[in-house]
Design a protein around this ligand. Structure first.
Ligand code: HEM
Length: 503
């Protein structure tokens, strides 16, 4: 019997005896696969009946965890005999340690590809998002610098992007204003999410990548097509166990037929944003690589679908929270009303807007969990010297959603405000205490070597949209509660339904 086989048998025997495969002073506590009578929200793994409620699956791991006092309060695991263990953590110290130890060095953590098999089938596997190890490093070096702060925030470059972004937003808001003036209505009831999504795709495709696609085509063809492709990605990851791409399936249902058309549109959009590369327009001016277009296609698909999802999520949550907080909305208005250009200085000085953005990503992070995989038996250590042993192969879900909502870490004692409240002022207090950069991480853009390369582009786009909407309109939520819907990213369940009024 070879070593691997022996190891597997020993592992199985330990699993059957219920021995905890983790170790250290931050050892997680176990959750049971089935737990009748405990009232858990759902089973602790995705299946065809619960995959559309991923946040409930994560919640299941922490069901009754608040009764525990040890490290198991925030670190939990599931270990089913015959399967690799799953670790779910909402402990920011452990999350940070694992994110910092992710990369291409031997023994470092990988991004777990299991939750993104559907994304890879739709975009191709040769992407910055899906790749691990040396191949990821090559992709990162190739793609990330074009999005970085030094590329975007040089005064000349910044000005160019900021101006075209701003014009795009102005045009869309002007047509909304016209609607008010023509109809003579004082307020209109509107879902902001569909409007924001179109602007986000327009900014990404036309302003950032330099394509020249008409607004109508972006609104009527490309945005709905991408939306359906993204919805499909979520179900495809859980349901399509055979791994057959939708484009190879016969069109036996109207849904499959529609999706095939949508994938053709996705390809067309990819062509359109790659075309300006030859002329060196927009982003392509600073893209230094001689890789042929074909080698870039998968990454472009990831940027289009991923960035659209993430920026729309961020830019719909911010007004969603503000629509329930008139006083904060007014404060941001006073701050931006005289700002015409968003220079890096102006953006830095718009402190209320910045706190609103931080608080939005804390309370309602766009990416609600970050998946990792242990490539070897690994000991991790937190900044405050706590240790955890993680066995090779473990699937890890870094549960940012619940970490950021946990009273122990973000509550009254730690920050002066309840963790579940939308309170931009908590950042004021934390900044005054000098604690922000060192101690309070919300992981809204990730952390460590695989931190989001689109962070500065995303912040700029979202800041511009939120600032421009507040400058022109006052808005109030229609619903008092603000529940979440989650797929690839999170969004407000009501599509940011507001009563909008011209200022
Ligand atoms: C403003 C909204 C955005 C948010 C909230 C966001 C969030 C994130 C987060 C949390 C990660 C880390 C994932 C992980 O550690 O597993 C990430 C990675 C990534 N993001 Fe973003 N993102 C945003 C915008 C963008 C944009 C505009 C682009 C590109 C145009 C982009 C491209 C990527 C890519 C390619 C990765 C993978 C990087 C790697 O693994 O090395 N993101 N993003």
């Amino acid at each position: 019997m070879d070593k691997v086989c022996l190891h597997r048998i020993i592992r199985l025997l330990k699993q059957l005896q219920g021995i905890n495969p983790f170790d250290g002073d931050s050892k997680p506590s176990g959750v049971r696969l089935f737990s009748p009578g405990e009232g858990r929200p759902t089973l602790p793994f995705p299946h065809p009946w619960n995959y559309s409620q991923p946040i409930r699956i994560l919640e299941t791991f922490f069901w009754n965890a608040d009764r525990e006092q040890g490290p198991g309060r925030h670190n939990r695991y599931l270990d089913v005999p015959g399967f690799t263990p799953v670790l779910v953590t909402r402990d920011p110290g452990i999350i940070r340690a694992i994110l910092s130890a992710t990369g291409d060095q031997p023994g470092q953590f990988d991004r777990d590809t299991l939750p993104s098999t559907g994304i890879a089938r739709a975009t191709g596997k040769d992407t910055l998002l899906f790749a691990n190890g040396p191949f990821w490093r090559i992709q990162r070096k190739l793609a990330a610098p074009s999005f970085g702060k030094s590329a975007l925030f040089q005064p000349e470059k910044f000005h160019e992007f900021e101006e075209t972004f701003r014009q795009t937003i102005r045009k869309r808001l002007d047509s909304l204003q016209l609607h008010f003036e023509k109809s003579g209505e004082q307020t209109i009831r509107i879902k902001l999410e569909p409007e924001i999504k179109v602007v986000m795709l327009e900014m990404l495709a036309n302003n950032f990548f330099g394509a020249q696609i008409s607004y109508e085509e972006i609104r009527d063809r490309f945005t709905p097509a991408l939306e359906r492709v993204i919805d499909h990605i979520v179900s495809d990851t859980v349901i399509n166990k055979m791994g057959i791409p939708i484009t190879r399936m016969p069109s036996i249902t109207p849904r499959i037929a529609q999706l095939k058309i949508d994938f053709v549109s996705f390809e067309k959009l990819t062509d359109l944003v790659l075309a300006p590369r030859k002329e060196g327009r927009a982003l392509w001016k600073q893209f230094k690589s001689d890789a042929p277009d074909d080698k870039l296609r998968s990454n472009i698909r990831v940027f289009l679908a991923g960035a659209l999802e993430a920026t729309t999520s961020f830019a719909t949550w911010a007004p969603s929270h503000l629509s329930r907080n008139q006083e904060i909305q007014e404060r941001v208005y006073q701050e931006v009303k005289d700002i015409d250009t968003y220079t890096p200085d102006n953006l830095d000085q718009a402190k209320h807007l910045n706190w609103v953005m931080e608080e939005t990503l804390r309370l309602t992070p766009s990416l609600y969990f970050l998946p990792r995989r242990a490539t070897a038996d690994t000991w991790i250590e937190t900044v405050d010297k706590r240790k955890m042993f993680i066995p090779k192969g473990t699937h890890i879900l870094l549960d940012v959603w619940h970490a950021n909502r946990c009273e122990d870490y973000w509550g009254v004692k730690a920050t002066g405000f309840p963790a579940l409240d939308f309170a931009p002022d908590r950042w004021d207090a934390l900044t005054a205490r000098g604690q922000v950069a060192k101690e309070f991480f919300h992981f809204g853009f990730g952390h460590g070597p695989r931190v989001c390369p689109g962070k500065f582009l995303g912040q700029l786009e979202v800041g511009l949209v939120v600032g421009a909407v507040i400058k022109k309109f006052r808005f109030r939520a229609v619903n008092s509660n603000n529940p979440v819907k989650a797929g690839v990213s999170t969004k407000p369940m009501d599509g940011t339904l507001v009563d909008l009024e011209l200022r």
